[in-house]
Design a protein around this ligand. Sequence first.
Ligand code: ADP
Length: 950
Amino acid sequence: MFQSQVSAQTSVRRIILLATALGFAVIGMIWTAVEMDIRQERAFAKRTAVQTAENYARLFDEHIRQSINETDNTIKFIRQDYLRELGTFDLQAWVQNQYSFKELALQFAIIGADGRMETTTTAGAAPRVDLSDREHFRVHVASTTDELFISQPVLGRASGRWSIQLTRRITDDAGVFRGVIVASLDPYYLSRFYDSIDLGKGGGITVVGRDQIVRVMAGLSRQTLGSRYVDEPSVTRAVRDGFFVSMGGNREAGRATAYRAINDWPLVVAVRVDDSDARQLRITAAAHTRLISTALSIGVLAVILLGIAYWRRFGEALAALTKSRAAAKATTHELHQTLNNMTQGILMVDGNGQVAVINQNALNFLGLPETFTREGFLLADLLAYEGKTGDRIVVDVHGGTAPESDYLSVREHQCAGGKFLEICTRHLPGGGFVQTYSDITERKRSEQALRDARDIAEKASQVRTAFLATMSHEIRTPLNGIIGMSSILEATQLSAEQHGYLKTIHECGKALLDIVNDVLDYAKLDSGAVALEQMAVDVRGLATSVKEMLGPRALEKNLSFDLVVADDVPARIETDGTRIRQVLINLVANALKFTLSGGVVVSVATRNLAGGRSGLRFSVIDSGIGIADESRVRLFKEFSQVDASITRRFGGTGLGLAICKRIVDALGGEIGVDSMLGKGSTFWFDVPAREVAAALPEPARASRTQLPARLSVLLVEDNPVNQQVATLLLTAMGHAVTVAEHGRVALDLAADQAFDVILMDMQMPVMDGTQTSRALRSGTGPNCKTAIIGLTANAFASDRQACLDAGMDDFLAKPVTREKLDAVLAELAQHPPTTAPKAAANGDVDQAFRRALFDEIGPDASVMLLETFIAEALRLLAETQAAAAAGNTVAVAGLLHQLKGAAANLGHSGIVDLTATAPEDLVESAALQSFATRLEAYLAAEKHDLRAAA
Ligand code: ADP
């Protein structure tokens, strides 16, 4: 992990070093080139200077040599002529003809052997000047050799000017010394000539004698004339070597002095070339070049430094990258560890169908060999392997298009070995998927155990409920007998005392019946046997009916009883009206029970419920005995009463509020109480309430004939005691009674004979009350419009509702008593039902749904739709019957499914529920018959609606 980091850093360091070295090499090259150029320039300048000096030296050497040679020749000519014309020689005249010397030579003179000036070309010179002391004379006296002598510059005594004397000895033929010929050369003349030649600022030409005395020079002056030459060794060296060049002291060169010893004459010419200007230019140029080089070098240095900084940073970044890579590797390792340690199996397939991740557990679950751990094998390989083993676990969704990339599907799979796996598949955004496999065998097992336990519990609960239902039914039947008989007995001749006893028997019976009803109701609610129904409920109507029902009780106790419904309470809400009525009845009954003076107010108002739902609050306010705070907590618990004395004073089981609470909870609402001991209580409950459109207008009911005083009554009742009680009561009332022990018998009887009233028990073997009522109403027989009064053993509101829903006109809670019969028959006689029997569809059809549907398609289409539906349902029924008779449950299932679909389309929940019947059950003829009867009843109701609508 660190090795790669180190090597990366090393390579960066190497690159930095290399770049630095390269940079310095470039700088070095720049400077070498610059210095070489400068040096070359300098060498060239030097060479030029030397050459120039040499050339000039050669030139001036030649020039001087020739000048002296010519002068010497002239001297020799003068000497020759002088010796020939000895005594008569006229120098002045001779020189007159020699114009060529005028410039160079100042004068010519002849000195006699005595050293006195004999003649001179200088005009006005003092005659016979003694010159014997002069070197240029004495040298000839001392030596007899005929040699030209060149003097140092001297101030001429004859000419009065500085001059260089060139002299030769005059020796006559006899060898006698006759004097000296003198030619005085003008050093200034030569100097001027030299001045005219430009040899640079510090350049110059100097003619030096071997004696180191300067004879002539450029820029000659009195000071320099005859002075010693500054560089004597060079003169000495030139004399020795004949020629040599000395370089100027300055290394910028450009200055060179060429020394040349003049052939034949003891003179050395020194030409110094000094191109200071050019040198200055060169220096400036070199300085510029160096400046540029410096700038260049700085640039290169800057580039190097920047490069180093960059590479450093790059190195750091590289190190960081290496580090993060190492960290990622470590994380990957940890991930692998984690993947292998998780209890789930995981498989990840990328967009190319390659297995990107697979952990040990996945291998185990999928039963794959270890060869599948190597990275990068294909999903196809895996599927091929699974194909061979035959246990296909991997859900191949590769290449499938997921609705969303995050789409998750969960599936269970039972492996060949019996193990259960839960397979979760999630599509990945870029294609591919992740699948996890969890061993859910244990969970499955415990789920099964839970299911079993629940089934047992449910069974136990069902058994208990069934027991309670049976028990209360069993208790109720003799109880009805007691109550019924006591009411019959009441109509006979009795003493006042006997009347009193009978009344007690009667009341005890009623109290016992209430208890039994409560217990049964609670048992049903507790076991969940009661399903809630959603229907359009007329809230005001519901509250009013409760007031009407319990109003007489208030009146009995001399209590006021008011109903207040707020204006904003919707006309109709969707809820289980039966259940709400039950709760309200319970609360109002309690309020009336526990109020001794004052009264009871029932109020209904709108209310916002938790979760933003709209709802209704029903309040029952009484001015009764009130409830102590400590008692309130257990009020809604079953079998709880405020204290034992309550039971004695007011009776009751302590179940009523518990039932209410269960109902309100089931409706998704809340129930509570506010109370003050001795002042009164307010029991309230909130229920969610969704406003719904008004129900279908009820079709006008076929008019029924006015009931005669003596009625022919069909009593449909299975229980012999009840048969007896009702028959006795009705006969006593002057009516004719025909008894049918169940619905089927009743239908047979009703087919032949028209009755004025049918009293219909609800629970009966073979065919119960609702089925029979539906069949009657749907038929066209003589009793299709006869008033039917349901006899409900249960005080259950739901049972009563069921009566109305089945098309009955009214209901009568058992036990059947004289008063009750009187009341219900009087009601029928006074108000022969002006409305058609409530269409069976009302409770079994989702009215809101149907209303919306019919509104949408219009009345004509609605009628057509309903007709089609009825025809179709009848056809399906016929086919179902045929298929069931043939024992073809598969076909039955298919037909039921079709029927369900058709019914659901029209919102007929009753038929939808009916289709839930198991196809296997329908093979049994009784069940098939019951199914057919119910379906026919439903369809009859629909037909009825249709007729009414048409
Ligand atoms: P019960 O059948 O005994 O009336 P409930 O569950 O209806 O059973 O009531 C339980 C107890 O709550 C009653 O016994 C009574 O003590 C008390 N209670 C109920 N309603 C009222 C009320 N309106 N005023 C005072 N006490 C009440």
